[in-house]
Design a protein around this ligand. Sequence first.
Ligand SMILES: [Zn+2]
Length: 396
Amino acid sequence: MPHTRSTILLLAASAVMACARTAVLAPVGTTAAITPADLRLRLTAFAADSMMGRAAGSIWDQQATDYIANQFARLGLLPGGEKGTFFQVVPNVRPRNTTEHAAARNVIAIFPGTDPALRGEYVSITAHNDHIGFSRFGVDHDSLRAFNTVVRPQGADSPVRDPTPDEARRVRQILDSLRRVHPPRLDSIYNGADDDGSGTIALIEIAEAFAKGNAKPRRSILFVSHTAEEEGLVGSSWFTDHPTIPIDSIVAEIDVDMIGRGSARDIEGGGPTYLEVVGLRRLSNELGDWFEAVNAKEPLPFVFNYEYDAPGHPEQYYCRADHYSYARYGTPSVSLSRGEHMDYHQVTDEAQYIDYPDYARLTKMVFDAALFIADAGHAPRLDAPKPTNPHVPCRQ
Ligand SMILES: [Zn+2]
């Protein structure tokens, strides 16, 4: 998720550094089923320090998009990008922190539907492959985490301020307990494990579940990994403005961004069933009904939190997630997230802090919802006419 305006200034004022480079391991030995172990294996590689924070337009986001395309290819999905490739180049994206410049790319893959009458329609599942790069200066990982636990529970979306004396004591206590486990260590890479490594790896796991499993969806499943979300939904805007399949053939879009946390430690009111749902009923109540029905049949259903969908909500989530690029074209779309946390847009957003069992349950629910929509007798009905101008400013 991109920063709000106020936090962009803070980020610009904060700093950058050097780091170890190791080869990205291609995980092997994953299974058809969506499991916590598969998600951990893939996410640990994708959010490794060697990926350098995957800033859009950097060689490291290029490396990340190579990985995603390779996974789709290995699974036998069809390329859905430009010129028979899995890629769509998004122009004019300048990388943060570096002059080493590479193409910013959306990655697009298709799992074809089985019904000749419906396979030209798509259920789209999306996430973003980029994050915010790295800093030129290191900070002590555990000190930052202890401080944010107490003072900045929403990470970069919490204001920077001095702790009260009582808060300073609690920071010290947390840090002391962390110091018993680790010596101080400098960190400078925004790994983006949750944001949006979690959504990216969910796409790959869902693709694997379709490719290796028994489901035979009638409509096709479209996987789109957007780039440059952190620069302001740039990749999803480009894809929907320049779609590689007809935009009206996408009957629904499900965006997953930051789906790896959400426990009671991470967010007020959090827990195994916590789920923030934005946009779901704005264009199609029927899509909302379907989603809720699928969720209700899960072994442990999620409790949908619609708070951030409220018109005028100051956090502006409706306008800050890639689903909006589709909604503005009248495509019923939803943004799913397990919420912000102390590591949001911090160098501490690492794979070690992900809550894998709940992340796996949510990934499975998204698979089930996509399959349900792909098999439905009709596309979700729109409650209002399609917007006439997709380029008006977004309104929460
Ligand atoms: Zn983000």
